[in-house]
Design a protein around this ligand. Structure first.
Ligand code: TMP
Length: 240
C-alpha cells in the first residue's frame, strides 16, 4: 500500500462529498472523503456512515490499478482511513460520463428501459455547473463556451474508452456489472490526469448474479441497505 506522510494545511475547497486541503508541497493536495451524501443536485441530503472510508479505499485501489494499465491518475498516496494524497490539478470544467448500459438520465432522455445494453459504449460530456444542474453538452456547446479544446475532447474520449476496458473487466471479476460512471480530469505540467474519485458515489454497479444495485442509487431511490452496499463493493474489490 502506497502511503505518504505529509502535513495537511488549510482547506482549499469543500465539495458535496470531499474536502480538498493544501499540503506543505505546493504540487500536492489532500482529498478528504466525507460521509455526507447528496443527490439530485443537492436537493436530497444525507449521511452514509462509513462512506468516506469506503470511497477513499475504493478510489485508491482503482487508481493504483489504472496506473498499472498506463492511465495517468492524480493518485500519489493514501493516508488511512479517509484521505488520498493527490497531484494538484487544474480541473477541466466538464464531467465525462461513460455508459455501457442504459440507466438514469440516459433512460429518461432517449426512452431506453433501465438495463438495456447499449450497442456501443457512450462517452458524454456534462458542464460542471451546479446552478445549471450540470447539463449535457454537445461538441458545439463545448466550442461555444470554450470549455476545452477539440484535441482535449478527443483525448478525454480516448481515455474514457481505455479506462472503460480496464474497469469493465476488473468489476466483472468482482461479480459487478459496470453500468455507467462519471470521470473528472485535470491538467498538470501540460499533461491530462484522471482526477476526483471512482466509487459507488460516481458509478452504477449491479451484482452480476442478482442485478442488485450496489451504488448510490440505493440512497437516491431510498432502497435501504446503503452502507452495506458500499461495504460490499469495498470487500469485493479488496479480495480481488
Ligand atoms: P446520470 O444517469 O444521472 O446522468 O448519471 C450517470 C453516472 O454518473 C452515474 O453512474 C452516476 C454518475 N454521476 C455522478 O457521479 N455525479 C453526478 O452529479 C451525476 C448526475 C451522476
Amino acid at each position: 500500500m502506497k502511503k505518504v506522510d505529509i502535513n495537511k494545511g488549510e482547506a482549499l475547497y469543500e465539495g458535496k462529498a470531499k474536502i480538498v486541503y493544501a499540503t506543505d508541497d505546493p504540487s500536492l493536495v489532500i482529498q478528504h472523503f466525507k460521509d455526507s451524501a447528496t443527490a439530485f443536485n443537492a436537493e436530497k441530503v444525507g449521511t452514509i456512515s462509513g462512506k468516506g472510508e469506503a470511497n477513499a479505499m475504493i478510489s485508491r485501489h482503482l487508481f493504483e490499478m489504472l496506473e498499472t494499465k498506463g492511465i495517468p491518475t492524480q493518485y500519489v498516496g493514501f493516508q488511512p482511513p479517509t484521505d488520498l494524497i493527490t497531484r494538484k490539478l487544474d480541473m477541466l470544467p466538464v464531467e465525462v460520463v461513460v455508459r455501457n448500459v442504459a440507466a438514469g438520465s440516459l433512460s429518461k432522455r432517449i426512452g431506453y428501459p433501465e438495463g438495456k445494453p447499449l450497442k456501443s459504449t457512450l462517452v458524454e460530456f456534462y458542464l460542471k455547473d451546479d446552478d445549471l444542474g450540470d447539463p449535457l453538452l454537445t461538441i458545439d456547446h463545448i466550442r461555444e463556451l470554450d470549455l476545452i479544446t477539440d484535441s482535449q475532447v478527443e483525448a478525454l474520449k480516448k481515455l474514457g474508452l481505455q479506462i472503460n476496458d480496464v474497469l469493465l473487466k476488473f468489476f466483472l471479476e468482482c461479480g459487478l456489472r459496470l453500468i455507467d460512471y462519471k470521470l473528472e480530469f485535470g491538467v498538470a505540467d501540460g499533461q491530462i490526469y484522471l482526477g476526483d474519485e471512482i466509487s459507488p458515489d460516481t458509478c452504477r454497479l449491479w451484482d452480476v448474479g442478482t442485478g442488485e444495485k450496489l451504488d448510490k442509487d440505493r440512497f437516491r431511490q431510498d432502497l435501504g441497505g446503503v452502507e452495506e452496499a458500499y461495504r460490499e463493493v469495498l470487500k469485493r474489490i479488496e479480495s480481488n
